[in-house]
Every structure is written in C-alpha cells, then in structure tokens.
Write a protein that binds this ligand. Structure first.
Ligand code: VTB
Length: 329
C-alpha cells in the first residue's frame, strides 16, 4: 500500500519512458525477421511474444486494456492480462505490430507501439471501427470537429494555418468507405495522401512539423485510435473520435467495457487518453516517421524509436544499437 504523499509513478515515469523503448525495440527486432515474407500472422506472433517477454522486466503492475483481443482469442497480451515486474498500477495499450500487412509486404510504416497511463485513463475500446480526426499543435482549440463537414474543417484549418485549402494535405486509409471523403476533399481543392494501412503513424504525422500531412481523417481501428490519442496527447495535437457500430452486439460490448458512458458519443482526446501518458513506437519497416530495423553485417542490429511523455512534452528519437542478431533475440 502506498501513502498518498509517495507516488511511485511520478518518481519512476521518466525512467519508465526509456524502459518502454526496450519493449517496442524487442518487438520490432522480432518482427523484422519476418518483413517481406508475406506471413503477417507469423510476424505479428513474433512481435507479440517478444513484447510480452520484454514487459517482464518493466517495473510496473500493468494491466493490458488495449491488446491482442479478449482472453479467449489471444494467447498473450490479451485484454485484462497482467504484465510487468511489479510497481505502480498502470494501464497498458499495445499494438505489437501496427500494420501487419505492411510488414508482410515490406511496405513503409509498420511499427511496434506501446502506451502507458495510470490505471483507468485509457478508453476501453472494442475491436471495431472508430471515426477519427487529427490535427497538429499550435492551432486554435476546436479548429476542426467531427460534426462539421470536411469542407468546413478544411476551410477552418486553412484559415488557422494562414494558407489556402489547396495547400492542405489530408491523409486517410485507402478504403472504399472513404470514397466520398476523398472526392469531397479533392473537390474542395486539398490534396489527399492514401495509406494502405497504419493510421497510428498517420495520426502522429499529422502532428509533426516535418511531415506534409495537415490533417488525418476517416475511420480505422478503435484500438489504434486509443494509441493514436496517447501519441497526440504527447505532441499536444488535437483529436476527436467516435466509435462506429455495425450491430447491437458491438454496442453491447462497448457498453460493457465502459459502463455508464454513452458508447456513441463524440470522444474528446481526454476521453480516449487521460492523465500523464507515455508512448513508445519503434519502426519495423522504414517510413517518414521512423526508420526500420536494420541488421548490419557487423552483427549489430539498429533500431529507431520515438518515445514521448505527455507530462514533460518531451519527444525523443532513440537510435538503439543492439549487440545481437535478429535470429538469436
Ligand atoms: C485499421 C487501421 C490500422 O488496419 O484498423 C486498419 O486503424 C484495418 O482497416 O492502422 P480495414 O478493416 O479497413 O482493413 C490498420 O491499417 C493496420 O492495423
């Protein structure tokens, strides 16, 4: 039992952020043995196993709230699983391989992702779709809104950025369900970047200065939405989400996971990731955000990670040189 004056989380979270990098690095190195092999489940399995093992050394009393699925669906990192070596109670959100297809096809932007918050601070998102909208920092609060038309959002964003709508780049997943969003965005004069997969990286890109993405919009996985929200908190961007239900069973599942809340409400950033949040991602395949895992002939394996803390607002890019081969990890 800890006294109210001693908050181990506050004492340790600076170190924890760096502990987390080890977790995403381990998963990325394991997954990288599978890049380009066309075997997405094997790649995912390797990432999950390595990530699960790496958590054993992290000084937290962690509970997986965003994970690989329900207990009966996933052998490891399932929702409710306890991980960590003991310490402050934390909620854990993981996507051991975000973009399994990207990894299988050796396309850019496959990542391993972990976010941490004090218990009770992440939305418990079922594995359904979420409508999302993300813009970067230093913009007026509410500059875009899920309830506004895409035309109105682009106009408002252009005004805030002191540019024309034609200067803006929207990013979305290349899916039939986004045909109207894409057509209307282009009709309004903006450009569109289409992703085959991986909207966590895209949400982060929308918040970073050196990317050409001004806004991420569209529907993708709800668990990925929570991970994106954790990252967006760290980079002080803006994000809204809304769970999209296909049937009553999905509504019931969302209600059960978040009792007392209206499951179809518009979610503010803090509804998805509250309090102090830690975030780490390591590139598996190289992309604009992170370089992929590189196994040098000298025997060292080089990883490139992004680790962030919302409390301090620190964004660190960490290059790890590991003294091991991928196959012996
Ligand atoms: C979404 C997106 C992910 O898979 O879940 C997508 O959020 C699956 O979308 O980033 P579809 O069902 O339309 O294929 C990712 O792109 C990768 O996990």
């Amino acid at each position: 039992m800890t006294s109210s004056r001693y908050n181990p989380y506050q004492v340790t979270d600076r170190n924890l952020a760096l502990e987390l990098v080890r977790v995403t690095e381990a998963a990325a190195v394991a997954a990288s043995a599978w890049t380009g092999r066309g075997l997405k489940n094997e790649a995912d399995g390797a990432a999950v196993e390595a990530m699960r093992r790496a958590f054993d050394t992290v000084a937290i009393d962690g509970t997986v709230v965003i994970g690989e699925g329900e207990m009966d669906e996933a052998p490891m990192l399932f929702i409710g699983e306890k991980v960590g070596a003991g310490g402050p109670g934390m909620d854990i959100a993981v996507d051991p391989l975000e973009g399994t297809n990207l990894c299988a096809k050796n396309l850019p932007n496959a990542l391993t992702v972990v976010a941490l918050a004090e218990s009770g601070n992440f939305l418990h998102a079922p594995d359904i779709y979420m409508e999302k909208i993300v813009v970067g920092p230093f913009l007026p609060e509410g500059v875009v809104d899920l309830d506004n038309s895409i035309e109105a959002n682009l106009k408002s964003l252009a005004k805030a950025k002191k540019c024309d709508v034609s200067d803006l780049m929207l990013c979305t997943l290349d899916r039939e369900r986004h045909a109207e969003l894409i057509a209307r965005t282009r009709e309004a004069g903006a450009r569109v970047t289409l992703l085959s997969d991986g909207d966590v990286a895209a949400a982060i890109a929308a918040c970073l200065d050196d990317s050409e993405i001004d806004i991420y919009a569209g529907s993708g996985g709800a668990p990925e939405g929570v991970l994106a929200a954790a990252a967006v908190r760290c980079v002080t961007g803006q994000m809204q989400g809304r769970l999209l239900f296909e049937d009553d069973e999905q509504v019931a599942r969302a209600r059960k996971m978040n009792p007392g809340a209206d499951p179809s409400r518009k979610l503010a950033l803090e509804d998805m990731a509250r309090g102090d949040v830690l975030f780490s991602a390591t590139g598996v395949t190289g992309g604009a955000l992170l370089r992929g895992v590189h196994r040098s002939f000298g025997g060292r394996t080089v990883t490139h990670s992004l680790v962030m803390r919302s409390k301090s607002g620190t964004i660190r890019f960490v290059e790890g040189h590991h003294d091991y081969h991928i196959k012996t990890w």
